[in-house]
Write a protein that binds this ligand. Sequence first.
Ligand SMILES: C[S@@+](CC[C@H](N)C(=O)[O-])C[C@H]1O[C@@H](n2cnc3c(N)ncnc32)[C@H](O)[C@@H]1O
Length: 230
Amino acid sequence: MLMWFLCLLFVLILFGLLAYWLLVVTEGVFLGRRVVVWLYDLTAHKYDDIKQFGTETEQFFVVRPLLQSLTNQPAPRILDVATGTGRLPYHVLNDPLFHGRVYGLDASEKMLDWAAEKIRPFGDRAPLIQGVADKLPFPADYFQAVTSLEALEFFPDDVAALHEMVRVLQPGGVLLVTRRRGWEAKAFVGRYRDPQTFEALLQNLGLVAIDTRLWQVEYDLIFAQKPKSI
Ligand SMILES: C[S@@+](CC[C@H](N)C(=O)[O-])C[C@H]1O[C@@H](n2cnc3c(N)ncnc32)[C@H](O)[C@@H]1O
């Protein structure tokens, strides 16, 4: 009897750990896009409270370097892939030096609802689109910059998504993405890339001037450029 009880307990613990890994640590990515999006729909209302984005750090690490790379563009078009609750559009559009538009694309309707609330004051300078990262609904060479923060690891096919980002990026344009780092990154079994492998991937996509910067405990920031002729 005790033996059966211990076996049952063992199975339950294993099942709990598996569920924790699938749903919490890797946020549903091994269960498919629908599960990822469903989890973001469920948690959208508390996303900003959990993340606690600080205006000054966002400006210092993300907005200023991004805008510096666009100084020769008077009114650039930026696409933020997996924009979530509008973190990047909100902080870029709040910069008085920025006079362009930021398009935010995300697969989660609820995340976009929160984004819409936040960036409402910017009107048509901040269009929001519900869509998926590996099939971007834009023509080739359309954006002066494409960004995607804290998102690549949740896409079913991150390479396909990167291909799409490069396709819609104008020659000479800037790509800004993140690479997951730290112990949790390695829990994304078969999807983890070390800095060298990640940079090699971007090189294979034809990108140049690849620059990896330490950013947060869990993420590096990577800037790259699409050559003027690819
Ligand atoms: C961790 S959040 C990052 C949001 C935002 N970039 C930020 O830094 O706060 C990941 C986002 O990716 C979105 N997402 C996940 N899979 C997606 C896909 N295949 N296509 C587009 N968006 C996706 C989720 O809905 C979620 O909003």
